[in-house]
Design a protein around this ligand. Sequence first.
Ligand code: ADP
Ligand code: MG
Length: 261
Amino acid sequence: MFCIAIANQKGGVGKTTSAINLGTALAASGHRVLLIDVDPQGNASTGLGIGHALRTRSSYDVLIDAGGLDQAVVHTAVPKLDIVPATVDLSGAEIELVELDQRTHRLHMALEQSRGEWDIVLIDCPPSLGLLTINAMVAADALLVPLQCEFFALEGLSQLLSTVERIRARFNPALSILGVALTMYDRRNRLTEQVSSDVRAVLGKVVFETVIPRNVRLSEAPSHGLPALIYDHRCSGSEAYMALARELIVRLPKVEAEVAA
Ligand code: ADP
Ligand code: MG
C-alpha cells in the first residue's frame, strides 16, 4: 500500500478535483484505491456521490478513535474506488485532536490497523497546515502538490515545503514529494506560461510533465456526483488526469507497479 497526501494549504488549487479524478484514473488502470476525505467541507465525498445518509462513520470518527477505518469505508460507483467520507464534525477536530495522545499520528495508527487491501491510498487534505493535514503527512509515504499557475504560487509552496521538512525531522523521515501538478492551466494566458516556466526552473523534475487544463467539465462533474472521468471521459480535463495517473504510476515504488501488472 502506498499512501499519497494531496496537499496545498491554499484553497481552490485543485486538490479535491485531483483526488477524485486521479483516484478514478488509478482505479480504472486496475489499482485498488482508497480515498480518505479529511477536508471538513467534504467536497470529495459529495463529488463522488456519497450523500450524507451514507456518512454514518467518517474520517472524523477514524481520527478521534485512531482506528475503525475499515468500518468507515464506503464503496463508490467507480469499481475499485472506495472512500472514507468526511462530515462537518471534522471542522472541530483540529481543536479536539490537540487534547488527544498521539495527536499527529491518529490517521497513521488507523491505517496501520486497517485490514483493507488497497494498492494506493489518496488523502484529500483541507486548505490549511493544521493537525488534519499534519495527520495526513504523517500517515503518507509521499505528497502530491497541486499548484495553480498564478502569481503567488511559489510563495505558498515554500511554506508547504518547510512544513514537510518539520514533519520529516520529527515524525516521518521517509516522507517524499511524489510530484507537483500544475492545475487550471490556461495556454492562452501569458501569466500561466510565465509562472509555469518559473516553477519548472525552480523545482525541476519534481513537476509532472502533464498539466491539467482549465476545463469547465471538471468543475461541472461534482454537481452530478460523478468524477469527470465518468461524467465526460473524453473532455480535456479527463484526458489530462488519465495522463497524470500514468505519469504518477511510473513514480511509484516498483512493488506497486507489479501489483498493477
Ligand atoms: P481545492 O480542493 O484545492 O480547494 P478544488 O479541486 O475544489 O480545489 O477546485 C476549486 C474549484 O475549481 C472547484 O469548483 C473545481 O470544480 C474547480 N476546478 C478545479 N480544477 C479545475 C480545472 N482544471 N478546470 C476548471 N475548474 C477546475
Ligand atoms: Mg478541496
